[in-house]
Write a protein that binds this ligand. Structure first.
Ligand SMILES: NC(=O)c1ccc[n+]([C@@H]2O[C@H](COP(=O)([O-])OP(=O)(O)OC[C@H]3O[C@@H](n4cnc5c(N)ncnc54)[C@H](OP(=O)(O)O)[C@@H]3O)[C@@H](O)[C@H]2O)c1
Length: 383
């Protein structure tokens, strides 16, 4: 980022948890950014307000274009085509991919094809097509800078991946860390959404309750840092102060610490490699923090993590299946159709029945994604 030049940025998913926090960061660093486009899903009211305040050239949503008419001068785009138009606009220096679920994959590939750097929050993109995305990014010399706090931490710790022995990803443990499996089986949607540390979108919050989020992050880390699954560990750290660590071959461990705020990794990703005071609200104090706990994860209580390791090691469309079945099951849980624990059982069943395609093309990935979603929905309906 050149100090005196504004970085041109677009945000896909500007109305969500990451997107709105990114706009708070940008508001603090107004002289550093120019917003080219903002895109959201159904929350047209918030998108219009954002357009009035931040004056992007384009806005796009999945609603009818009339719903975006308002007191702004942005050109209105719509749906997947709108995302394609934004992500192929080479005015952008960087695009923040902050939508949730599979929606992020196509626009990410389009941006890469157009040589635009990506600040990646949408982990599902790498879970679905990590090999293709990272290969294309390398080919086009595009930077993929992680927004997820754990991967952002690792990004900050690593100098040379060849000297790293393992990655240690921390997990807060979510709302059921100190509850029994029986309590988890009875969990309501409200309890699953009551995350003790992070205020996030519903899908990722449920994933954090089942620890599938950590599973998806293991796969994300494998692709981002090109490291074997055997060299990725998870440790539960309820205070969410140590955001992750790496162990070098000589036994030296480097960790990244900070207060639990997504503003920090978002700002890091969109200003990389520069650093600014920006949104920083408070200095970190070891004395105030006082204690940091670390606990081995309970894979019996949270079997989703094992399932993710299994999918990752199997490779090919196995992770596409994991992601699609889990996402559909999470939606069904949020709709009150199934219990929290069923999410794991359904995802496992879909994975057991899935015929893996190795080295899939992008079309095969989308086909498998669609098929697994249909099968998952049909299975849930019969439960
Ligand atoms: N939240 C966190 O702290 C956090 C941390 C690390 C990683 N992540 C990852 O970041 C991603 C976003 O998470 P989140 O918590 O911010 O989710 P969220 O609050 O649910 O936000 C999702 C965003 O995606 C938008 N969206 C939905 N459908 C869309 C479509 N068809 N086209 C364009 N935009 C669409 C939503 O728009 P509408 O609201 O207008 O429908 C919203 O802006 C996820 O992949 C998550 O795993 C999040």
């Amino acid at each position: 980022m050149e100090r005196n030049k504004k970085r041109k940025i677009s945000i896909i998913g500007s109305t969500g948890s990451i997107g709105t926090q990114a706009l708070e960061v940008i508001e603090k660093l107004q002289d550093k950014f120019e917003i080219i486009a903002l895109a959201g899903g159904k929350n047209s009211e918030l998108l219009k307000q954002q357009a009035e305040k931040f004056k992007p050239k384009y806005i796009s949503s999945s609603c009818e274009p009339e719903k975006l008419l308002g007191n702004h001068n942005a050109k209105i785009l719509q749906g997947e085509e709108g995302l394609e138009q934004i992500c192929s606009n080479r005015e952008n220096d960087i695009i923040l991919m902050a939508c949730s679920g599979r929606i992020g994959l196509k626009p990410t590939l389009t941006a890469i094809k157009n040589g635009i750097d990506i600040a990646l929050a949408n982990k599902e993109t790498l879970v679905m097509a990590g090999d293709i995305v990272m290969r294309e990014a390398k080919k086009q010399d595009v930077k993929i800078i992680p927004v997820d706090s754990e991967h952002c931490a690792i990004h900050q710790c690593i100098k040379d991946i060849n000297q790293v022995d393992k990655l240690i990803i921390t997990a807060s443990g979510g709302p059921f860390l100190h509850k029994s499996i029986e309590d988890m089986k009875k969990a309501t949607v409200e309890q699953a959404l009551a995350h003790p540390r992070w205020n996030m979108g519903k899908k990722i919050t449920v994933d954090s309750a089942t620890l599938m989020n950590k599973g998806l992050e293991i796969i994300e880390a494998h692709h981002l840092f090109n490291i074997d699954y055997d060299n990725i560990d998870v440790v539960v750290h309820p205070q969410s102060i140590v955001h992750s660590a790496i162990e070098y071959k000589d036994g030296s461990v480097i960790a990244q610490l900070g207060l639990p705020s997504m503003h920090i990794p978002i700002q890091y990703a969109i200003t990389y490699p520069e650093r600014f005071e920006g949104i920083k609200s408070k200095s970190f104090s070891f004395a105030e923090t006082a204690r940091l706990d670390f606990i081995a994860p309970d894979f019996e209580k949270f079997p989703t993590v094992k399932l993710a390791y299994q999918a990752g090691r199997t490779g090919g469309t196995s992770t596409v299946c994991l992601n699609a079945a889990n996402e559909e099951a999470v939606f069904a849980f949020l709709d009150g159709k199934i219990k929290l624990y069923n999410i794991y059982e359904i995802t496992k069943k879909m994975m057991d029945e899935h015929t893996v395609i190795q080295n899939p093309t992008i079309d095969e990935i989308f086909e498998v994604d669609k098929k697994v979603r249909e099968l998952t929905r049909a299975y849930i309906q019969k439960m």
